[in-house]
Design a protein around this ligand. Structure first.
Ligand SMILES: N[C@@H](CCC(=O)N[C@@H](CS)C(=O)NCC(=O)O)C(=O)O
Length: 213
């Protein structure tokens, strides 16, 4: 089994934290996105989406999508449980993961990839080469604020994002918060007290620390 990773990128970071929380060590190959190694013929032959994370199984199957890869490890190594026990918990974890991803992460990506010269002709990850749309920068900023306000309200009523314990939804939201700091240029925790308290608590987890330092 081989994990394809790049430490600065948010989606592989979700998987790295997930693995660390489960105390799993998987042989890892670094694919340097800054050097466009994801576009090399060798990597594309294995991973046609040209994205990270990717997980190559021993039978040659290649999994992409951070959620799918985490799901795979949750099935293989159910303890500690990170995706919920039973129908209601699993639905809540998935619900908060998807809201964080579709409202938060995609908003951040709108700002990040449509506003910088560096991403010209590469506004979406992958080999297709999509053009930037300038109007998405302002829309993305708005979506980011709206999402982190919602998360702050949620964390005012619940100690963790989805359940009363740490789950995959916390991993996603925490990674997106860090990505927002870098990509949008403002820390979502600034002025949001519940988010600040929760973020400090997540950062103090040994596995999170190991996976992100
Ligand atoms: N929805 C995918 C997102 C994959 C993705 O976009 N990964 C980024 C890094 S976070 C990437 O590989 N970018 C390569 C590029 O921009 O060319 C997931 O959750 O894994």
């Amino acid at each position: 089994m081989q994990f394809y990773d790049f430490r600065l990128a948010p989606s592989p970071t979700k998987v790295r934290i997930f693995l660390a929380e489960k105390n799993l060590e998987i042989p890892t190959v670094i694919v340097n996105l800054r050097k466009f190694e994801q576009q090399s013929a060798e990597f594309l032959a294995k991973v046609p989406s040209a994205t990270l994370p990717a997980l190559e199984l021993d039978d040659g199957t290649v999994l992409v999508e951070s959620h799918a890869i985490c799901r795979y490890f949750e099935e293989l190594h159910p303890e500690p449980n990170l995706m919920g026990e039973g129908a209601k918990e699993q639905a809540l974890v998935l619900m908060w993961h998807d809201m964080a991803t579709l409202e938060g992460y995609l908003g951040i990506q709108e700002v990040y990839r449509n506003g910088q010269e560096y991403f010209k002709g590469r506004a979406l990850a992958g080999p297709q080469g999509y053009e930037q749309i300038e109007a998405l920068v302002d829309r993305g900023r708005k979506r980011v604020e709206v999402f982190f306000d919602k998360l702050d309200r949620r964390l005012g009523e619940s100690p963790y994002v989805a359940l009363d314990r740490f789950t995959y939804a916390d991993i996603a939201a925490y990674v997106y918060q860090g990505f927002a700091k870098r990509a949008v240029g403002t820390d979502p925790a600034g002025g949001r007290d519940n988010l600040t308290r929760w973020s400090e608590m997540i950062a103090a987890r040994p596995a999170v620390n190991t996976a992100t330092s």
